[in-house]
Design a protein around this ligand. Sequence first.
Ligand code: PMP
Length: 439
Amino acid sequence: MSQPLDTSHLWMPFTANRQFKARPRMLVAASGMYYTSDDGRQILDGTAGLWCVNAGHGHPKITEAIQKQAAAMDYAPLFQIGHPLAFEAATALAGIAPTGLNRVFFCNDGSEGVDTALKIALAYHRIRGDAGRTRLIGRERAYHGVGFGGIAVGGIAGNRKQFGPGLAADHLRHPLDIAKNAYSRGLPLHGAEMADELEQRLLALHDPSTVAAVIVEPLQGSTGVILPPQGYLEKLRAICDKHGILLIFDEVITGFGRLGTAFGADFFGVQPDMIVCAKALTNAAVPMGAVIVHEKIHETFMQMAPADSIELFHGYTYSGHPLAAAAAIATLDVYREEQLFQRAAGMAPYFEDAAHSLKGLPFVKDVRNLGLVAGVELEGIAGKPGARAYELFTKAFWEKGLLTRVTADILALSPPLIINKAQVDEMFGSIADILKGMK
Ligand code: PMP
């Protein structure tokens, strides 16, 4: 008989460890749209892991590329010496990025990507002799990972409060307005004027020439699927241009087909100066993140830094790691060969109808969706004895065989892009059953 699992040594991230250990939930295998639990059940993956397994689990082409690379060369550095795969991966990524965004800095995840982008922004102004631009502006309810830069520009107090003052950053209001936009389809009509707040803040509170960068998720994902109202991102772009401020899109969730296009920037038709991506870059099979930088920024470093100097003092042991680079190249091939972004765009209307079929069910206050992402905002759950949505739903979904993300009172759905109609029905059918059963 096998030994019982020793759960005493692992300190789990973003987890109520004591609660988990009292009732562990374990995944032991994954294939396509499904996980297998340790008690042998199939669990439909409604969230592509953590918004990252866009091509579905265990894609043979990606698995093979990683295995082959592990055998050929497990590791090589990228400091003053290189390996071809990192260059190939950068070329492949630049090849699907918006025009002009064609220089790639590799890191290992979204948090490092955000901190890298903020550092590039600060260094960019400084190298041009504009060192007074040190302020960073994010948004309320933004999630930009857990680095010190990311928690500063992020708009979640809970991610900061245990760690002291950290970096300073300013925050715009988020544009969610349920009173005006509940159950809207497509981009909300109301709220674009909230982008004007950037200009007001700049003029009222700061000298705009002290601001280095504004960072936003084009669609705020993990804090509740908050869509940009029509015209909102365009307005932010115009204000940043007017004042010489860099605009960074954190596309850790919206990248790689989630909205039916390579990037959210393509979907919204707004071009940032940098894109941060991670997660689905390698289909999550090996950790990797990247900042895709506009060539004008890169050129500035190349021209302004002293000859033969290191132009940017930044990097990671695992920047462009061979296994990650191999996984990224194979993943981008799979997206193209299987036309998964187009597939997501094609499935989006069916997914939208299924999501909106939850309207009128107990506890449902709003449904928001775009591409293959949906958020279901609940109310009244917290009033149930001893429970918030998080605890009730995590347990109920697990027992039902569906993986979703539950944060505060919002359910988030973001399945792999390979999902079919029967699985969309299964996903929203399970949610409907659970909501009805909770009444
Ligand atoms: N930015 C965004 C928009 C994210 O959603 C996330 C992760 N959910 C991150 C950054 C951080 O990524 P990671 O957990 O890979 O550090």
